[in-house]
Design a protein around this ligand. Sequence first.
Ligand code: 26V
Length: 843
Amino acid sequence: MPDQSFPGNFPVLGQPVDELALAEIKGAILAKLRLAIGKDAGMATRHDWYKAAALALRDRIVHHWLTAEKQSYDAGRKRVYYLSLEFLIGRLFTDALNNMGLLPLFETALGDLGVALSDLRKCEPDAALGNGGLGRLAACFMESMATLAIPAIGYGIRYDFGLFRQIIAQGWQQEYPDEWLGFGNPWEFQRPEVVYHVHFGGNIERITDANGRERVVWHPAETVQAVAYDTPIVGWRGQHVNALRLWSARAPDPLRLDVFNTGDYLGASAEQARAEAICKFLYPNDESPAGRELRLRQEYFFVSASLQDLVQRHLASDGQLRGLPSKVAVQLNDTHPSLAVTELMRILVDLHNFRWEEAWKITVATLSYTNHTLLPEALETWPVELFERLLPRHLDIIYRINVAHLALADARCPDDVDFRASVSLIDEKSGRRVRMGQLAFVGSHRVNGVSAMHSDLMKETVFHDLHYLYPDRITNKTNGITFRRWLMLANPRLTELLREACGEAVLDDPSQLSRLESRASDNAFQQQFRSVKHHNKIALARLIGERLNVRVDPAALFDVQIKRIHEYKRQLLNIIETVALYQAIRDEPQRDWVPRVKIFAGKAAASYRYAKLIIKLINDVAEVVNNDPVVAGRLKVAFLADYNVSLAEVIIPAADLSEQISTAGMEASGTGNMKLALNGALTIGTLDGANIEIRDHVGAENIAIFGMEAMDVVVRRKQGLDATDVIRRSPRLSRAINAIGSGEFSPDDPGRFESIAHALRYLDHYMVSADFDSYYEAQRGIDARWQVVPAWTRASILNVARMAWFSSDRTIREYAEDIWDVPVRGTSPAAAQEPAAQRGATR
Ligand code: 26V
């Protein structure tokens, strides 16, 4: 239901625009332009208009925000606090407009004022406060929590610079700072009164208090202030609004006048510079985590400020902390906020005089932790020495937690030193390090993985022994995506068609998508569906033309791989297949090859040299293939620079084929896989992460699975990484590797890709060579299917029809029920969202 609480009667989607409301919005935008921006319509730039419109919208959101906040407070509702070092939000303008039901009204109002909403939305920079999947998941979850009216606050850091901007120069990636705050940020509210002190360093002292109790006092050496900035996150239908609270760092004493007066102008603000460094930039997550003190400072900074904030809020309403877990659920997004375990213990024991055992019960009952990767090199650990220097009291608390924890381990497995070593919070093998995963696990009542397979693998691998000690702790919560952004906003034409075909209710209840099933073979409907896709492909083709000066045919198969560039994601497998296909076309140019456009986008970590070389290879292959007259346009390669949420919103609706080809066992879940399938792309993928569940839902006949399974990978790796055997058996692969290694695509530097060819032959850790034949065959199977248009369209429609379960509303409902114990408004019919297999449908 649309919310009527704000003055003015705003129309629901699809209804005619109300003249009164329209006049009011126009007045509001013009007033903002004059009074908040200080310009009149004649002199306003597009950016001024955007800001004025955003501020007019924000006013309307704030009314709902304050109402929701008051209702939650009055009802004493339990609150969720989502702690994440990353929130990959993208743009907020049309997202908020859409959820408020104000998109048509603003569009008309702005049109009447002589500006196009479609132009204005491009003025907003992406908020790219995240690296990839983990950060985007946090953003989808924030939107779903607001939609489900769960009182929640997202806590993170307000980075001055988000994820770097990527420029491709002569095929190479270059990084530039992301100055997203350069023109201000109309969405945020600075809260100068919400400030907390966060301490670092110094030493601890053990004392006995007046009651004869042993206490520990921390005498820190350094203090930084955390200042809150709130951004409203509107849920679908605009009724509930939550806050994303991001902390900015500053020094308590920003300018040392005494120092300044001695003439040392730089020294006078040195403290400020040191404090501000904490929120200066976002760390890359796929870089090896070697000794970066600043990162640990970031982690403690945001954990401490957030916990102080939530404890203070709880005390203000409940007066005591004993009942914290009944009013507060804290979700740790990966191990980055693991210090919450020790910080909550410190607050309870040192500051509020709780006995250790009771404090521990409260802590574990309040916290829960999500794991997002099994890659050993990604598991966070910190040198004990660094910890001791930066957070002496926290290290002390870790040691004490470990004593009780290891006593439990000894009781379960007496005299088993290996078991003890594997569950310990301290890794003694590699120079004594604190293991953040173990800490988060032990301090949480629930630990979840992000897909069924990933959660199973957690039990079998990284957390095998901890799972044995705490068998009820690990649970699965398969990721999801918000359909508002990834379907309604990104693909308005498909949304329109779905509303016609499934009814208006599909906007609120994705299980209605299943009503498409009966239309999947309907010729007229198929034509409409194809025409939507074609329209989206024209838009993407135009973008590729503008940005890369490459002409692509919208009738060709758009084959899309968009994600961070990483060896385990295997962009290399895709580009080798491209080379093999290119060679096949050149061998038999007369054949009727299925025209394909290979579309890549993604960033490599700045220090990840091999990934950057893969980007160069893609661009070098593109240069040759795109300009070869023999190919005659039947194969094109496009690498789109600076992949971000906004670019994803253009590529995803235009995709025919979704590449989800990670080495089995290595992709925890994936969420791009869900976005692409929801928009009607068929998946070519390995049995990895959520691909497995996507197959279960869309049906094995509507997805192309290839390659080794996770167990096969483990077995083959044990045998060694040499791939000469498979290459000998595959002339096609051998020829493609030879072409790459010998410089056919890099005549200016023939040795450029020798290292890649070498790895493919002798060090095939990611099974690129081992999986090649299977992948190539699966791709030719895709070619064959593409040529049977009605069958392809049917499979594409069935993908859309069967993706309902991957809504992040479903995921959040599961967190709310199984982990947070918070009530959720409205439940959607679960049965309709079960996998086809479980419904007994024909496969
Ligand atoms: C971190 C590192 C650090 C060291 C070098 C290799 C490496 C590779 C990946 C990562 C990312 C770790 C956290 C992360 O972003 N995980 C992603 O979380 C998504 C949301 O749950 C999930 O869909 C992706 O599969 C998972 O990679």
